[in-house]
Design a protein around this ligand. Structure first.
Ligand code: SF4
Length: 343
């Protein structure tokens, strides 16, 4: 049952759409996937933009399109090359799914056009299916991601406490669909995403210059940052010990097996446990201490100098000549750490 504020917004939707679209036409950033848009560019950009900011994606998108300009080229590319082009973007399952998606698409008689058909393809969830089909095929499917949830929760000052962003997205899908401009659903979705990315920011939203301010209950109440009401994420601390092991001009790395669920075929600095090294038994300070966040985990990784093992205890450990480091695929943080430690 929509709230009174949702109903009021729906009643004013023609004015809301007009204000949003006029602003988008004047203010949209000139992004490469928006120039001469195609289904392929939309798919690649949507996969790259999951969990990743636009400015990070831009150089990757340019390199990708130059080498793999369409579904057929991507489908025919070796997986190692696909992963190399993705190196540094993280969440590598996206690259593998995109590769499999291209192989599935080229085997079809025609490009799928509806969200239901795209949902059958690897790596495509409701948000991505709505983005691809609305932008590339004009389907009336509303995109609801964190940006859109934030805007709608603020427009309606929705006090519902949501368990997580997925349940919030589900709750706002009906309102997002009601507000969608049927004659231009792709532009409408992009306008909402653009508003969330550039104006209705998570912290310090730019309400004074917001094109839909007159429709916004949270801005009227002077407390936009109070919405959406999401339960605080439980953060878990994790400690990981890794080793820096040199033998002449080679570096010891761990290569995750091809069939692994995460990081398959990627190289990383080995865990201390991979070579039976006990950092607690060493009096030397770690060479480096790195902190990073992955989903709900706050991970502290220490990198310790360790002697080269006489015999490699597993086939997943490999000596890689330093001269070959650029040719292999290292996960993003490990590429940076190796470069730093080699200096
Ligand atoms: Fe977001 Fe402020 Fe615009 Fe409301 S007025 S939608 S809070 S930027």
């Amino acid at each position: 049952m929509p709230s009174a504020r949702s109903r009021a917004l729906i009643a004013a939707k023609a004015d809301f759409q007009h204000a949003l679209h006029r602003w988008y036409r004047a203010s949209a950033r000139p992004l490469p996937w928006r120039e001469h848009p195609s289904a392929y560019k939309t798919v690649v950009s949507e996969f790259m933009l999951q969990q990743t900011q636009v400015k990070t994606v831009l150089p990757y998108f340019a390199r990708w399109l130059a080498e793999l300009p369409d579904f057929a080229a991507l489908a025919a590319a070796p997986e190692a090359r696909v992963l190399k082009l993705w190196e540094g973007l993280g969440y590598y399952s996206r690259a593998r799914n995109l590769h499999r998606l291209a192989q599935a698409v080229v085997a079809l008689p025609a490009l799928p056009r509806t969200p239901a058909e795209w949902l059958e393809l690897p790596g495509v969830g409701p948000y991505t299916a709505a983005a691809i089909t609305s932008i590339a095929f004009g389907q009336p499917a509303a995109c609801v991601d964190g940006n859109v949830v934030r805007i709608l929760a603020r427009l309606t000052a929705d006090p519902t406490p949501f368990r997580d962003s997925a349940s919030a997205a589900k709750a706002f899908t009906e309102l997002a669909t009601e507000l969608l401009l049927p004659s231009a659903p792709g532009n409408h979705n992009q306008a909402m995403m653009e508003l969330g990315a550039t104006v209705c920011l998570r912290q310090s939203p730019l309400c004074l210059t917001c094109p839909v301010r007159t429709f916004c209950a949270a801005a009227r109440a002077g407390e936009p940052e109070a919405y959406p009401r999401l339960a605080a994420r439980q953060i878990e601390q994790r400690a990981v010990a890794r080793v820096w092991c040199r033998q002449g001009d080679s570096l010891l790395l761990h290569r995750t097996p091809a069939g692994a669920r995460r990081l398959a075929d990627l190289h990383e600095l080995p865990l201390a446990s991979h070579i039976g090294f006990d950092p607690a038994a060493s009096s030397a300070a770690p060479l480096a201490r790195k902190r990073r966040a992955i989903t709900r985990f706050q991970i502290t990784e220490t990198i310790h100098a360790a002697p080269a093992p006489r015999k490699l205890p597993s086939a997943e450990l490999v000596w890689v000549p330093l001269a070959r480091l650029d040719a292999i695929t290292l996960s993003g943080p490990h590429r940076r750490w190796v470069a730093e430690l080699l200096q």
